[in-house]
Design a protein around this ligand. Structure first.
Ligand code: ADP
Ligand code: DP6
Ligand code: CO
Length: 330
């Protein structure tokens, strides 16, 4: 019997990962850059035991269907092969983040699973190796191994595609991200499906890859110089470019809802009033607002004209993956 448990925090990309070069290995088309957050996370424990007759996946205490267990089993097969482990597993996971709503549950979820497996099977993977392993579960998960600002270097093989932290000399501690929760229900088009359809059919896609590389360069310069306006401006523009690609996909689709647009307009008007804040969006209708900690109260006041207190959640820069003690009574 082999047990492991880990906690991983979600990360939100400032420069997005959107499209795969290699689907089986989850190698991306472009580098991406994220901020790991403290407010949303997953805790996962895994138990490999000869008593299990198939893999079982419990999410928030609910046993998941065979279909919903597939991504977990595919990942477990990978680690079983690597560790030469013949046992099925029982996985118990708790998401302190809405699942599949564009709030990066696959990042914290698959990173936590990778960390728990690393511990259970004594793989002893160093963070960079663990990042490569987590990537195989969900691309964005490779960035959740590390805290603060993180860059995922796309590489060109399983060995060379992994994330590493970006040293911002603690500047990330001055920043915050306000989550505007517009809809926390599972989305219609998963990130995986959405980006694949875009790569295969969107006339705008080739331009996205070029833009993302250039935007990443600007974002790294901004971080190096602690230039908030420059970072926010390129983050917002990059998100809009990503979402533009979906409109040209066949069939076309969008993750935006009317309230997403309302939120984006509100952020623009706050900026016009002289308070610096910028939005980004992922594969879902929720809007995230990057700001400086010192401005949170003033920005909150304007946002609360449109959004309720329950819809606004503030998160700060968070840590990398953490190993946890198993509950020995179980
Ligand atoms: P999100 O925007 O939440 O990352 P995705 O479409 O990328 O949405 O991924 C959602 C999928 O990630 C879920 O359907 C599930 O397969 C997987 N997932 C989410 N949380 C967990 C978890 N705690 N453990 C294992 N897999 C998870
Ligand atoms: C829009 O990592 O969820 O949030 O690799 O297929 O599991 P898979 O997709 P996922 O994609 C994230 C897309 C994004 C942008 C980002 O996080 O960089
Ligand atoms: Co995801």
């Amino acid at each position: 019997m082999f047990k492991g448990k880990a906690r991983a925090y979600t990360n939100i990309a400032l420069i997005k990962y959107w499209g795969k070069e290699n689907q089986a290995l989850i190698l991306p088309k472009n580098n991406s850059l994220s901020l790991t957050l403290d407010g949303f996370y997953t805790e996962t424990e895994v138990l490999f035991t000869e008593e299990a007759t198939k893999d079982c996946f419990y999410l928030d205490g609910v046993k998941q269907s065979e279909q919903a267990t597939k991504k977990v089993t595919t990942f477990l097969n990978l680690v079983r092969e690597r560790a030469n482990c013949p046992f099925f597993a029982v996985v118990r996971s708790h998401n302190h983040v809405p699942t599949a709503a564009g709030l990066a549950s696959s990042a914290s979820g698959l990173a936590a699973l990778a960390g728990a497996c690393n511990q259970a099977l004594g793989l002893n993977l160093a963070p960079k190796e663990l990042s490569k392993l987590a990537r195989r579960g969900s691309g964005s998960a490779c960035r959740s191994i590390f805290g603060g600002f993180v860059e995922w270097d796309r590489g060109d093989s399983d060995e060379t595609s992994y994330a590493l932290p970006i040293d911002a000399q603690g500047w990330e501690q001055e920043l915050a991200m306000i989550f505007l929760l517009i809809n926390d229900q599972p989305k219609d088009v998963s990130s995986r499906e959405g980006m694949q359809r875009t790569v295969e059919t969107s006339a705008f896609y080739p331009q996205w890859v070029k833009e993302a590389q250039a935007d990443l360069h600007i974002a790294k310069e901004a971080i190096q110089h602690h230039d908030f306006q420059k970072l926010g401006t390129v983050m917002e523009a990059n998100a809009l470019k990503m979402h533009a690609t979906t409109l040209a996909a066949v069939p076309p689709f969008t993750y935006w809802s009317p309230d997403s647009l309302r939120a984006m307009n509100l952020v623009r008007s706050i900026r016009q009033a002289g308070l610096f804040c910028y939005f980004t969006m992922d594969a879902g209708p929720n809007v995230k607002v990057l700001c400086q900690k010192k401005d949170i109260a003033a920005i909150f006041e304007v946002l609360s004209s449109t959004f309720s207190d329950q819809q606004m959640v503030v998160a700060y820069a968070g840590p990398g993956i953490e190993l946890l003690e198993m509950d020995v009574t179980k």
